[in-house]
Ligand binder design. Structure first.
Ligand code: ATP
Ligand code: MG
Length: 470
């Protein structure tokens, strides 16, 4: 079974802390051990300094300078922290020893006298710390003084310390694990709340949001990010709903006209002229629906378009050909102006560019009286650009934002009875986005409009190359 996130956090933190505690405890024990040994060694040194000069050895006999002191209680019996003293000859044979040693002898080692170090050993059952120093008589080494001090107290202290450390180590770890689990649980509680709330949000209650605590921490940021995402989703869904209802509304109008016309026709027999007029009205409705369906399909295709293949297009030739076709179709003159005399190469999807320009030119022709001018201008600023300029009705600034919304048509266009579905510029905007083209509009009511398309910077490389060839 997979453990929960809080358990994993708790476990990892516990492992790390366990390791740190282990090192700290080891250090504590090591420092205590060293300190205890240093203390006892210092005491041994003092004892050695005190007793070293008290002996005289000659001809296998040991003389004590202060016999009385030697037999003092301190050395007579084993009391708390007793000192054991023994004098041995050069071979380690005992010459004399303190009474508290009884039958026991201190350990002799010929090698230990050289390095002056103390070591731990046993006197009978008792653990002692011992040192061994040479004894001189008239400048000549005659034997060794062995000095030992009980290590029982220190051992007890060290044993107690290690028991305490060993006992509290698992206790600390268990307490640590439980508290870390609790704290980790507490820390991820807001995440659980976010997850629960997010799970409850469906298409039906997309307006609901995750409660924002207003904090600036990561949880607060996550909450706001999710809420922003929900906001964007809600808007997208809203647009989608709006689009569907607009589309059905727009389709229903010509359908209703069609139905009405046909109903009128079958009510009673009509004259041939009447039939002709009504059928013509019906055909207009059918054309309107069919145009709208074409536009809707075009929009759907752009939305599902995905990656458009970009190819190298020479703008001047491409635009000249396009103008020729549009002029013929619309039956009006479209002027062309190239601000650059050299060929302009851009990387773009030709079909998309064509669709954008067809829509813009169609609008320019539609919303400009025959006496007005429609101009297509191409040039190169920082990047290549195309402008569709007309001297038509123009668009008031308050409508400029909305004209790119699906089905939006300026009231004036409706009033003038200019046919259209309001989908053209929505398609243009979508394709421009897909093709990374910057689309801007400049328009003044009554004076005309300029729709400008700018290509990406990358298109300039080729232009520069071309220029350098000349
Ligand atoms: P269609 O879907 O057939 O293109 P449409 O031309 O009405 O219909 P859009 O091309 O999306 O729709 O244009 C939206 C609105 O913007 C138009 O109805 C018109 O009011 C306004 N408009 C667009 N281009 C121009 C222009 N060149 N001059 C004046 N008004 C324009
Ligand atoms: Mg249009």
């Amino acid at each position: 079974m997979k453990s929960s996130y809080k358990e994993r956090i708790a476990r990892r933190l516990t492992w790390v802390t366990a390791f740190i505690f282990f090192l700290v405890f080891l250090l504590i024990y090591f420092v205590a051990n060293v300190t205890v040994l240093q203390n006892i060694d210092r005491e041994l040194q003092l004892e050695i300094e005190e007793h070293q000069g008290e002996f005289l050895i000659d001809e296998q006999a040991v003389h004590f300078m202060h016999q009385g002191e030697w037999e003092e209680m301190e050395h007579a019996q084993i009391h708390l922290n007793p000192i054991f003293i023994e004098v041995v000859d050069l071979e380690g044979n005992s010459l004399d020893r303190s009474p508290n040693l009884g039958e026991n002898q201190l350990e002799f080692s010929s090698s230990k006298s050289k390095n002056q170090e103390a070591w731990l050993t046993l006197v009978g059952e008792l653990e002692v710390r011992q040192r061994q120093v040479p004894l001189f008589s008239n400048g000549k080494q005659e034997g060794y003084l062995l000095l030992a001090k009980s290590f029982a107290d220190s051992r007890e202290l060290l044993d107690n310390l290690s028991s305490v450390l060993l006992l509290i180590y698992p206790l600390i770890l268990v307490t640590l694990y439980l508290s870390m689990r609790y704290l980790a649980g507490k820390s991820i509680e807001p995440l659980e709340i976010i997850s629960q709330k997010t799970n409850q949000i469906t298409q039906q209650n997309l307006n609901e949001r995750i409660p924002d605590t207003g904090s600036e921490d990561e949880i607060g940021q996550l909450t706001r990010s999710i809420n922003n995402l929900l906001g964007r989703l809600e808007q997208a869904l809203q647009r989608e709903k709006q689009f569907t209802s607009d589309a059905s509304h727009e389709l229903r109008t010509p359908l209703a006209v069609l139905r009405g016309t046909l109903e009128v026709l079958i009510r009673k027999p009509r004259s041939a002229e009447e039939y002709e007029t009504k059928v013509k009205t019906a055909l207009v409705s059918i054309d309107r629906m069919s145009a709208m369906i074409d536009q809707l399909l075009a929009l759907a295709r752009v939305e599902n378009g995905g990656n458009l293949v970009k190819e190298e297009v020479e703008l001047i030739t491409f635009l000249e050909e396009l103008i020729e076709t549009v002029s013929m179709e619309k039956g009006r003159k479209i002027n062309f102006l190239s601000l650059v005399s050299l060929p302009i190469y851009v990387r773009t999807n030709e079909k998309s560019l064509e669709m954008i320009l067809l829509n813009l030119l169609e609008n320019a022709c539609k919303y400009t009286a025959m006496s007005g001018e429609v101009l297509l201008r191409v040039g190169k600023g920082t990047t290549a650009f195309i402008e569709v300029v007309d001297t038509g009705t123009g668009i008031a600034s308050e409508h400029l934002e909305q004209i790119f919304d699906p089905f939006y048509r300026v009231q004036e266009a409706l009033d003038l009875g200019i046919p259209g579905t309001g989908l053209g510029l929505a398609i243009v905007k979508k394709i421009a986005q897909e093709s990374s083209l910057k689309l801007t509009v400049n328009s003044e009511k009554g004076k005309g409009s300029t729709f400008r398309l700018e290509f990406e910077e990358t298109s300039l490389g080729k232009i520069k190359k071309e220029l350098s060839q000349f």
